[in-house]
Design a protein around this ligand. Structure first.
Ligand code: N01
Length: 553
């Protein structure tokens, strides 16, 4: 018998049709964070293209949508952690604190989406599964996990550098009777630590932000430290009206400074060497920079990251500070026993991180000496003892820079898969394009300064380049742009050379090298030659007729 209630409705049929009939766009952008939103605005409003953003989350914000852990805050100063493409936006938005907290950044990005009417072209809850290039049609076909199909000429990944959570594979995690969380996938409703015994694994930038805030609530906190880390006090505070006015009135100057220095922060690295000044003078400089706080601490001397002897002088100052702050001698020694040069891993900034270890209910465990063996139903078992826990927080970082890209099955020209092209590590040209993947652009891809920078200026630079490139293509009847194999080969060498001329690779366990993810190729991924130099290289090669790219009509 025919059951009329089970017959598909018109809506069902429409949904089914939408899921199999390809939707046509000029450009498809993956990700609705800082990058994807500005890329959408640029292609749609400046070039008049039909563009669609596909976003896996049910809200926009990218990394700031996911990273809601306690204490989540940007280490860049708010007035620099902003879009600079719109004077009006700069003039109307008011940051409240020196460093913006995650909810405030999310409010900012939602404001941008509303102000520029972006939402109508952002499709949420849509995880991209695969993307395939069709050479004959010169089109990309993008397929989502829901089975929707999108076709486009320009395929742009704006997936973020730090968005693929790295949950360590520790035996027994499934047996844990309490709750566990990764900081990069934090529950929206928050986590109540009141009365709980909490364990935090990881002491990178995230752990260092979260630990003091969790300690303020938890009954007991055990921090599992594998690698001790430097940290500089953030000295966060509400912004004064005077500073807000200054930042608005000097927005142009600040923008110039960010675009013309090494890390895209609103300050220059001073040109003096650690050894240009007397011991007393140096101590005063360090003390003043420590009192001021923030990432500018590393900008006091030009050779901090270039000369191991100079770096040791800086590192020893921080070690002395740790020993002065932390009262228990054994804990202080464990925190100060740092095995890599200062800033060779991304230097964290903190609010009372080292002070937290003076609290009676906070313990530090050396898992370098006594590694975690397994997780039991009631806690973490190291080679030494069992630590009973109600909640475990993994602040264990990300499969950085390549993880989110390689999760998507991307197939370029002649059946070449990105995961095969990158089996020995990311290989691309200027961090913008991969040989074999025509008309695919990677915003802040590996091989660009990205994570070594304050991200918004790095993002704006890439988005502007991609937008101008597409405009050029359309003006000149160019169907297709692709990085040359030889250019990519040379660029990988340039990226290695830039890293090797600094102390960055000497932190052998850093995520810059992919060392935090078992089995990941050890390749230094970001371009370490500095943002200003990188911009110059990109500009020169673009002006030279897109040198290193093949443009076909
Ligand atoms: O991650 P990390 P993160 N067992 O990889 C440890 C950005 N960020 O989330 O060093 C035990 O730096 C690991 O130990 P080790 C910023 O760019 C920005 O903290 O590998 N421990 C380390 O201590 C930053 O650099 C802001 O020995 C394990 C920690 O977990 C990046 O995000 C704020 C382990 C991971 O540190 C990543 O920072 C916060 C294991 N199996 C973060 N695996 C802003 O301000 C890893 N660890 C914008």
């Amino acid at each position: 018998m025919l059951n009329l209630e089970e017959l598909p409705t018109g809506q069902d049929i429409m949904a089914l049709a939408a899921s199999v009939v390809a939707q046509e766009f000029d450009a498809v952008i993956i990700g609705a964070g800082f990058s994807g939103m500005y890329q959408l605005l640029s292609l749609r409003d400046k070039l008049g293209l039909k563009a669609r953003v596909l976003e896996a989350a049910d809200g926009l914000g990218g990394t700031w949508y996911w990273n809601r852990y306690p204490g989540a805050r940007c280490d860049s100063e708010s007035h620099s952690y902003s879009y600079y493409f719109s004077k009006e936006l700069l003039a109307e938005w008011n940051w409240t604190e020196r460093y913006p907290e995650q909810p405030e950044i999310l409010r900012y990005l939602n404001h941008v989406a509303d102000r520029f009417d972006l939402r109508r072209d952002i499709q949420l809850n849509t995880r991209v599964k695969s993307a395939r290039y069709d050479k004959a049609a010169n089109r990309w076909t993008v397929t989502t996990e829901q089975g929707e199909i999108f076709q486009c000429t320009y395929f742009i990944t704006a997936v973020g550098c730090l968005s693929s959570a790295n949950v360590p594979k520790i035996d027994g995690l499934n047996d844990f009777g309490g709750d566990w969380y990764h900081t990069g996938q934090w529950p929206h409703e928050g986590v109540d630590f009141t009365g709980k015994r909490v364990g935090v694994v990881g002491t990178g930038s995230t752990g260092i932000q979260a630990i003091p805030v969790i300690a303020a609530q938890a009954k007991h906190l055990t921090v599992f430290q594998r690698t001790a880390n430097y940290s500089i006090p953030a000295r966060n505070a509400p912004l004064t009206e005077e500073f807000k006015r200054y930042a608005k009135e000097h927005a142009n100057d600040i923008h110039v400074i960010m675009n013309s220095n090494t890390n895209a922060h609103p300050f220059y690295i001073k040109s003096r060497s650690v050894f240009d000044v007397s011991d007393d003078e140096r101590e005063q400089i360090f003390e003043a920079a420590w009192a001021k706080g923030g990432l500018a601490f590393r900008a006091e001397f030009s050779d901090t990251l270039l000369d191991a002897r100079a770096n040791k002088v800086v590192a020893d100052f921080i070690r002395r500070k740790i020993r002065a702050i932390v009262k228990d001698e054994t804990t202080a020694e464990l925190l100060a026993d740092i095995d890599h040069p200062f800033a060779a891993k991304r230097p964290p900034v903190d609010s009372h991180y080292f002070e937290t270890y003076n609290l009676p209910h906070v313990d530090l465990v050396n898992i370098r000496k006594h590694p975690i063996e397994r997780i039991t139903s009631s806690g973490i078992k190291t080679a030494e003892k069992v630590y009973p826990l109600d909640i475990i927080v993994f602040a264990t970082g990300f499969d950085a820079m390549t993880g989110s890209l390689l999760k998507i099955d991307i197939e370029g020209r002649d059946g070449l898969r990105l995961k095969d092209a990158w089996h020995a590590g990311p290989r691309n040209y200027l961090g913008l394009q991969v040989p074999g993947f025509p008309n695919m652009f990677t915003v802040t891809g590996p091989g660009s300064p990205s994570v070594l920078c304050n991200m918004p200026p790095a993002i704006e630079h890439h988005v502007d380049w991609i937008t101008n490139c597409i405009a050029h293509m359309r003006e000149h009847g160019v169907r297709c742009i692709e990085a040359d194999d030889q250019a990519a080969h040379s660029w990988v060498l340039e990226v290695n050379e830039a890293a090797n001329s600094t102390l960055l690779p000497s932190a052998t366990h850093s995520w810059y090298l992919g060392a935090n993810v078992p089995g990941k190729p050890r390749v230094f991924m970001p371009y370490a030659g500095g943002f200003a130099k990188y911009r110059k290289i990109v500009e020169e090669r673009t002006q030279a007729g897109y040198q290193g790219f093949s443009l076909s009509t």
